[in-house]
Design a binder for this molecule. Structure first.
Ligand SMILES: *Cc1c(COP(=O)(O)O)cnc(C)c1O
Length: 382
């Protein structure tokens, strides 16, 4: 509804572009903050979900830390103002160059995912006469019950250290003089909507941290990753995700040791609903089954439908006409460049504004220049 009120503002702009509702972002942030304070949880924003500087500043101002997955994300977080103490660096394939960037900036901790990575980090930290703090990312073999392309915590996934390797790894710790293992890290997937999954994660984490304790390793912090899903089907009915239930589960089922810090790395749930991709209809074309609404945004601006068959609610902001079915497709020369098949829309005409909703996370960040596409600046409203 609110987007329709902005159409006059959209008229003068070149499409497609991202629109961000900063008011909704602020409301979402304040809900997360309130609950995090209540339960004494630390929030690190997962920069990869949306690394738009305006949004990053907002999240830095809110007092969140930054969870980064590349050297450039680490650099950007630092540039935007996140303190070194609040930056974490995760990822299965950190290069020497990236590790050095993070060491130079004295970030808080590295989330390490393999024995070889720890060896390399130990070596590079040694060259700088530093001791790098690390968390072990453990693959807990918990099924996130989400799309298979965004499941990360099963044995078959490339992420994390498998439990069978832990014993050998822990036996090597005394040799590594330039790293200090202080935490455990888990991230089992994204767009998780079955809350029982998080309960299952808590139970596995409890077992695992007891194993570390039995091996005389003190775990000072637990990092439970991100993954909380958003409501793509009804963005207006649920514009702020179920943070209460989510944090409540961790509060209830996670066995926290005295003095232990608990971190979360939320991405999608914080920024997903505040963004929409705004596009204009270029042509209407008759189809055999349904007509096509060909819009000026494509998979180059919003890759999620092509990449993991994801659903975004599609709204015509310019028409109140009779409802018909349209295949809403982009201009890119790929058959997967389709935002929705047989979408019910009011009669749609050339020039109408179409909004692809819930595109704040993993939208703008995945933009590509394939087909030599233009990239238009986002619009922010408060
Ligand atoms: C992507 C990612 C996140 C954020 O996931 P969301 O589903 O967007 O909350 C958190 N931690 C790690 C390690 C990630 O790779």
């Amino acid at each position: 509804m609110r987007l329709k009120n902005l159409v006059s503002q959209f008229e003068s702009l070149e499409t497609p572009f991202y629109h961000y509702d900063l008011d909704l972002l602020k409301q979402t942030v304040s809900e997360v903050k309130e609950l995090a304070e209540k339960y004494d949880f630390d929030i690190h924003y997962a920069v990869k979900a949306n690394s738009n500087e305006r949004i990053l500043s907002e999240l830095n101002d809110a007092g969140f830390g930054a969870d980064c997955v590349s050297g450039n994300e680490v650099k950007l977080a630092s540039k935007v103002g996140f303190s070194s103490e609040s930056i974490l660096f995760a990822g299965v394939g950190k290069t020497d160059k990236e590790i050095n960037i993070a060491l130079d900036l004295n970030i808080k901790a590295f989330n390490c995912e393999s024995t070889q990575e720890i060896e390399v980090l130990n070596d590079l930290a040694g060259k700088q006469n530093k001791v790098a703090e690390i968390s072990l990312r453990i693959n807990p073999n918990v099924d996130a019950k989400t799309h298979k392309y965004i499941t990360t915590g099963l044995d078959e996934n490339k992420f994390g250290i498998n439990q069978v390797d832990l014993e050998v790894l822990v036996s090597k710790l005394p040799e590594w003089k330039n790293i200090n293992l202080t935490g455990l890290h888990f991230h089992i997937g994204s767009q998780i909507t079955d809350m029982n999954v998080f309960k299952g994660l808590c139970l596995r984490v409890n077992e695992l941290q007891n194993w570390f304790e039995d091996n005389a390793i003190k775990i000072e912090h637990l990092n439970l990753g991100g993954g909380l899903g958003i409501n793509y089907l009804s963005p207006d009915e649920e514009s702020i995700p179920e943070f209460k239930t989510y944090f409540g589960i961790f509060n209830e089922f996670l066995e926290r040791k005295p003095g232990q810090k608990v971190h979360f790395e939320l991405g999608r749930s914080i920024v997903g609903q505040c963004g929409s991709l705004i596009t204009r209809v270029v042509f209407i074309k008759n189809g055999i089954n349904t007509d096509f609404a060909i819009v000026d945004a494509g998979m180059t601006e919003l890759m999620r439908p092509a990449l993991y068959q994801s659903y975004h609610q599609i709204e015509n902001l310019s028409s109140e006409g009779e409802v018909k079915n349209y295949d809403v497709v982009g201009p890119i020369c790929e058959s997967t460049d389709c935002f929705g098949k047989s979408v019910k829309l009011p009669e749609t005409r050339r020039g109408d504004f179409i909004a692809l909703r819930s595109a704040g996370a993993y939208g703008e960040v995945m933009t590509s220049r394939y087909n030599l596409r233009d990239q238009n600046a986002p619009l922010y409203t408060e």
